[in-house]
Ligand binder design. Structure first.
Ligand SMILES: NC(=O)c1ccc[n+]([C@@H]2O[C@H](COP(=O)([O-])OP(=O)(O)OC[C@H]3O[C@@H](n4cnc5c(N)ncnc54)[C@H](OP(=O)(O)O)[C@@H]3O)[C@@H](O)[C@H]2O)c1
Length: 262
């Protein structure tokens, strides 16, 4: 099975910690040149120094805040003009704040739509010509299992994730003829800062201790544990590899069997 990413470049968004960082580490290990993207320059420098350079790759980073889509457009355009095609795009950023849907402010929806869907779209529009010209294109969106089954207390997130999944499916149809695949990875509860925030939020709202909340969440996961970020990264790594050329337009849950539908 061909998992070699030598001579491929990969833009991995939200890659200073958690799932994005684990994806960047894995793709570098497979030979890709990584372009990290997030807000915190110091963390970007530090992750860059951790990436494998076993194939002689020279990694890069771009400091961007996804709450500023016009700035993202400008920076990614300039990067491509200076450095040429990017073959692999992993769309990922921090999740929207939690809370019941009925209490969500309208601005929370517009902000989440902008951070997730509009930024993803800007990146695809900027990178797709290079993918077509270079003969290699892979797009993976890190979304959530809420695409298949809404999660309690994550109203805005549930709504925006569905929009991103449908955007992605449509893209897979439009870009398929050019050899570009577009897929979604849906993490279940994964040991990252995002999960810690969710545990604390649930604990505050329910009056249960963090351990009690954890126990409740684990009871719903057949695997009986949370995922490690590297396990989500493994699914992304396969989907962006040459071996996955004929897989497009799908959702891949990495959730220990939690989602209660096919
Ligand atoms: N962990 C889970 O249990 C879980 C489950 C289902 C879905 N997900 C989803 O999967 C995605 C990744 O999750 P995670 O747990 O790895 O999240 P995380 O630990 O919070 O990491 C988020 C990453 O995104 C970057 N980021 C956040 N806001 C940004 C912004 N405005 N502009 C640019 N970069 C930004 C952060 O870096 P900087 O702070 O340096 O910008 C960081 O590198 C999220 O959408 C999350 O909701 C996670």
């Amino acid at each position: 099975m061909n998992l070699d990413l030598s001579n491929k470049s990969a833009l991995v968004c939200g890659s200073t910690q958690g799932i994005g960082k684990a994806v960047a580490m894995e793709l570098a290990q497979m030979g890709a040149k990584i372009i990290l993207m997030a807000r915190n320059e110091e963390s970007l420098r530090s992750v860059k120094a951790e990436l494998s350079t076993s194939k002689g790759q020279q990694h890069d980073f771009i400091v961007v805040d996804f709450t500023k889509p016009e700035e993202l457009k400008d920076k990614i355009n300039r990067y491509v003009i200076r450095n040429g095609a990017v073959n692999i795009l992993v769309n990922n950023t921090g999740g929207p704040p939690g809370g019941p849907m009925v209490l969500a402010k309208t601005e929370e929806f517009t902000q989440a739509f902008s951070n997730h869907l509009l930024c993803n779209h800007i990146l695809v529009q900027t990178l797709m010509d290079g993918m077509i010209r270079s003969g290699y294109g892979r797009i993976v969106n890190i979304i959530s299992t809420s695409v298949k089954q809404p999660l309690h207390g994550l109203g805005v997130s549930n709504t925006i994730r569905a929009a991103v999944a449908n955007w992605s499916k449509t893209l897979s149809i439009e870009l398929g003829p050019f050899g570009i695949t577009v897929n979604n990875v849906l993490p279940g509860a994964t040991n990252t800062a995002r999960l810690s925030a969710i545990l604390e939020n649930k604990s505050t709202k329910s009056g249960l201790t963090i351990d009690e909340v954890k126990k409740e969440m684990l009871a719903e996961i057949p695997a009986g544990r949370f995922a490690e970020a590297s396990e989500v990264a493994n699914a992304v790594a396969f989907l962006v590899s040459p071996a996955a050329a004929y897989i497009s337009g799908i959702n891949v849950p990495v959730d220990g069997g939690r989602t209660g539908c096919l």
